[in-house]
Design a protein around this ligand. Structure first.
Ligand code: SF4
Length: 441
């Protein structure tokens, strides 16, 4: 069968459909600096959709002719099956593309994958033959075995053992397509998954919609073998662990890092985790094995607001100590902050902005609190939505009504957060020159 996978690139925009739990993200910060960051990310940050990498490999291994595309015009006319990656901000465009493909290839069955299509299938129904609900790999395994028809809403079971998935065949996806700017600027760059799930199960977390709280871990040796394959076959220089809480199990990560050192991988790598799952001993070992970048969800200075919104916070002292150590080692920390939690005041948001500056990490990302469908937070916020125009759910627009602040003020504070963060003598002195250089390389 001729099968096409489409992660549609929209000229001038970047939906990054792998991010935000596959709801996709679309950075839209305003002002000079916001525009500079937005444009650089648009050009230089391209994460592959991991489910596509696994699906492509499973289908190819089963004897199908599989292609991965960014443009519907490149899809072979005689394609028989098309999977389109959905996103929240871009769903109207994606449905339009499905209609175009249907016109050009009327024989093809067309389906959507991704968290937004899973939780809002009614929006995709007319444009498609099927919608995969859940992590798509399970449905693909059943489809290959002849146990699943791709029709209507296809409920996809989770793959219980992640080691049953193959090492992705990146030849199908095109290694040069991907990069992880600005944390890991070197190419070739590829991601690896070592686990799925997160037992913290925060109420607002979009990743929980598809990954669920229970942890599924791969065997450490299987991960090491995969990395070795990527080094030998694709000569990768940078690697991103795509786990949502990479250091959930300290012992396992120690084994993995020691294995990377013993096998002399000599790679720069990055990961995403929680600060309370890091300690100095672990950081030193991770650094020795090549850790050069970490994404951390700090979210807010106000620990009570975090608790109220269903996230167990870390102590501020521990956060400070851990970030100071990583800053000292030269590990690029990218800290994520959320502004405009439901009951925040202007002073609360200002406290978070001030706190971000005191931590002085290499990068800081300021998003606006956004309830994603399928999460407990969305159910709670249903009566407070300012809009049901889902294309505004990018984490850069206020989408809920506030009691103590206006949505316009939240937006203004978001812009102020970016400008006041990066135009500070302390940030410029420490990171300014190198960072600016990387934007123009
Ligand atoms: S700790 Fe992070 S990844 Fe885990 S559920 Fe909470 S927000 Fe999501």
């Amino acid at each position: 069968m001729i099968i096409s996978l489409l992660d549609y690139k929209v000229k001038g925009l970047n939906f990054n459909r792998e991010q935000t739990g596959t709801f996709g993200s679309q950075m839209r910060a305003s002002g000079f600096l916001g525009s500079l960051i937005t444009n650089a990310k648009k050009d230089k940050l391209h994460l592959p959709i991991m489910s596509f990498a696994y699906m492509a490999t499973l289908l190819k291994n089963a004897g199908h002719d599989v292609g991965f595309f960014h443009d519907d015009g490149d899809i072979p006319k005689n394609t028989q099956l098309v999977f389109i990656a959905s996103s929240m901000a871009g769903y109207k465009i994606e449905c339009g593309i499905a209609a175009k493909i249907r016109k050009n290839s009327p024989q093809a069955k067309i389906g959507f994958i991704g968290a937004f299509a899973s939780v809002k299938p009614e929006l995709f129904k007319e444009a498609s033959d099927f919608i995969i609900d859940g992590e798509p790999e399970g449905a693909i395994l059943e489809f290959i075995q002849g146990n699943k028809a791709l029709e209507g809403i296809v409920h996809s079971p989770q793959v219980p053992n992640l080691d049953d998935l193959p090492v992705p065949d990146w030849d199908i996806m095109g290694v040069d397509n991907f990069s992880y700017f600005p944390i890991l600027p070197k190419k070739p760059f590829l991601p690896v998954i070592t686990s799925r799930g997160c037992t913290f199960n925060c109420d607002f977390c979009p990743y929980m919609v598809s990954q669920k709280p229970a942890m599924r871990y791969r065997a450490v040796n299987s991960v090491l073998n995969e990395i070795e394959t990527l080094i030998k076959k694709y000569k990768i220089k940078n690697l991103l662990f795509r786990d949502i809480t990479f250091t959930m199990n300290k012992k396992r990560i120690q084994e993995l890092c020691q294995g990377m050192i013993d096998r002399k991988f000599n790679l720069d790598w990055a990961c995403e985790t929680r600060v309370d799952l890091l300690d100095p001993e672990l950081i030193q070992l991770m650094y020795k094995s090549g850790l050069r970048g970490v994404n951390l969800g700090i979210e807010s200075f106000n620990l009570d607001i975090m608790k109220k919104n269903g996230k167990k916070p870390d102590s501020l002292i521990h956060q400070n100590n851990i970030i100071e150590l990583m800053n000292k080692l030269g590990i690029k920390v990218s800290a994520f902050y959320m502004l405009g939690f439901p009951d925040e005041t202007e002073a609360d948001i200002q406290n978070t902005i001030d706190y971000s500056q005191s931590l002085n990490t290499h990068f800081a990302q300021f998003c606006i609190f956004t309830p994603f469908p399928g999460t407990p937070t969305f159910e709670e916020m249903k009566g407070r939505l300012l809009t049901e125009d889902w294309t505004k759910f990018t984490e850069y627009y206020p989408v809920i009504k506030y009691e103590k602040i206006t949505p316009q003020k939240v937006e203004q504070l978001r812009d102020k957060a970016f400008v006041s963060y990066y135009f500070r003598p302390r940030w410029i002195a420490r990171y300014g020159v190198n960072t600016l250089r990387s934007f123009f390389n």
